[in-house]
Design a protein around this ligand. Structure first.
Ligand code: HAH
Length: 334
């Protein structure tokens, strides 16, 4: 769709202006190919990959800020807010971070210094431009009996790696809002572990201001009641909530079908119903929810095109592959 035809469509973020921000994950390609769509419909952006450790700090003495800077410049020029994603994560982090001398693992002190320097350098660079950071991403284990996910951060530093990351981020930018971010966040078992983690951080006086609910959901679940219960619990901790990576896959997670070249009309109708109910719920919790960020902007590009089934297309957003509004868009704009 052309810029002119977008202007004929009511703006998503303007519609929700009195509720919460509407964000989209972008990358260096989509800030070009989806520029008009983003300008019209979203008032916040997040770099999908460009601020992750491996992208921005590939070697001990080398930072590569070009792509992240391009995204921040795009946002600044368009008057959009920026959420930072992400400082400490078990994925997309280079091996050198965890390596010490003589083929040994890094020591606790060595890794803490690296963590501190990384966080300080990245957070300070975007001070005043990035208003919130996902400080720690996905630290909780999905399966029942274990709390913290096994990772090199945990192995080498110990359980306080999470608290340390928040302290370092707060030192680097005392004005930034600091989030703990995770997926499967409505699953009762994981939900309670996330709440317990955040609550224990608060008890220790750790500067944490919000919980990021990723929101990688699908047409079957989670149910509205499960989402509501999670929101209630997290909000009861007195932190703000953001939906940080929303998408509604047309496939259930274990569904491996690969025969579709476009979504069925049943899928699009169900997706519209789900989006409508989900946004009705989000509006109810507008006092706790400060932003809703989609993990993409329109169906021409989504990380779900490759995940979890390599090469399979997905259609999880409010706008189609040509950036035209889908049924789901019209439904939540009513
Ligand atoms: C997210 N993991 C990450 O936070 C984000 O950085 C990445 O670009 C995409 C998704 C979600 C996730 C999941 O939904 C299922 C299994 C593992 C991770």
């Amino acid at each position: 769709m052309t810029k002119e035809s977008q202007i004929g469509i009511a703006s998503l973020y303007q519609k929700f202006e009195h509720y919460f921000d509407m964000g989209a994950a972008v990358n260096t390609r989509t800030i070009v190919t989806q520029a008009d769509l983003i300008e019209r419909h979203y008032n916040s952006v997040t770099a999908e990959n460009e601020m992750k450790f491996a992208e921005i700090h590939p070697d001990l003495d080398r930072y590569t800020f070009g792509a992240a800077d391009a995204i921040v410049d795009f946002a600044t020029n368009q008057g959009k807010r920026v959420r930072g994603h992400t400082l400490v994560w078990h994925n997309q982090t280079p091996d050198w971070v965890f390596e010490g001398a003589n083929g040994l693992p890094a020591t606790r002190d060595q890794l803490l210094i690296r963590m501190q320097q990384h966080i300080e350098t990245v957070v300070k660079r975007y001070r005043g431009q990035i208003y919130a950071w996902d400080v720690v991403n996905e630290a909780i284990e999905d399966t029942t009996d274990i709390t913290l996910r096994k990772s090199k951060w945990l192995d080498i530093i110990g359980e306080d790696y999470i608290a340390k990351a928040f302290h370092f981020a707060h030192q680097a930018d005392p004005n930034a809002l600091l989030f703990y971010n995770d997926y499967n966040e409505t699953n009762p078992v994981k939900r309670d572990k996330i709440a317990a983690l955040v609550s224990s951080l608060q008890d220790q006086g750790v500067p944490i201001h919000g919980i990021g609910m990723q929101g990688h959901w699908n047409l079957q679940g989670p149910s509205i009641e499960e989402i509501r219960t999670a929101i209630e619990l997290y909000a009861s901790l007195g932190v703000q909530l953001q939906i940080t990576e929303l998408d509604l896959s047309v496939f259930e997670f274990t569904d491996r079908r690969t025969d579709l070249t476009e979504p069925t009309s049943e899928m699009l109708e169900l997706q519209a119903q789900r989006y409508e109910q989900i946004f009705e719920l989000f509006r109810e919790y507008r006092n706790s929810i400060t932003a809703v960020t989609f993990w993409g902007a329109a169906d021409d590009y989504t990380w779900l095109d490759d995940f979890p089934v390599k090469g399979r297309k997905n259609w999880p957003f409010l706008f189609d592959g040509h950036h035209a509004p889908k049924k789901a868009f019209h439904r939540i704009m009513k």
